[in-house]
Write a protein that binds this ligand. Sequence first.
Ligand code: FNR
Length: 183
Amino acid sequence: MAGSGRDGSFNQRLADCAATLASAQGAEVTSIRLEDFDLPIYSHRLETTAFPESARRLKALFVEQDAILIASPEYNGSVSGLLKNAIDWASRPTDGEGPLALSAFRGKVAGILSASPGPYGGLRGLMHLRQILGTVQMLVVPEQAAVPFADRAFDGAALTDPVAAQVLPLLVQRVIKTAGSLK
Ligand code: FNR
């Protein structure tokens, strides 16, 4: 998934490249668009009175995965509100018992990516994302890819940045292997 719902999002393109690689490496991939869930802003009042169906659906989808690949835009040195809000909702307990009772993320593997038209590729946001995902008890693999000058890093859907194009398959491979070893 990408942490951006922008039309023409570079991070969506990066997420799509990662999904294609993961499929090619034998993973069963579910691609989602966070904006489609139309999540309300997290609120304790909503959580305790009427846990939103959209948040429950998103959480159930995360629960089904062994690993999650996230391409995260950098907003003011951090992650986007869209992504943080989704993580916040899915980290909350839902039902009293069963698979949704706890955080959706605990013990799952994460691979993190970013793309930015700027020179750092969203690297500062990735540092925050790594910390957030560690807090929700995900195992974030050490490889990561931050794609700078993203407006020049793709040819259509294909990632042409030479460094990122080398790192991305390794990152995806590490995520798949790590998730497989934890099963
Ligand atoms: C940005 N952008 C940005 N870029 C960056 O490299 N570092 C930053 O701190 C920020 N901050 C920031 C804040 C806000 C509110 C917006 C809307 C944008 C620019 C950002 O990287 C650019 O819009 C990307 O194109 C966003 O990713 P998507 O939507 O292309 O995936």
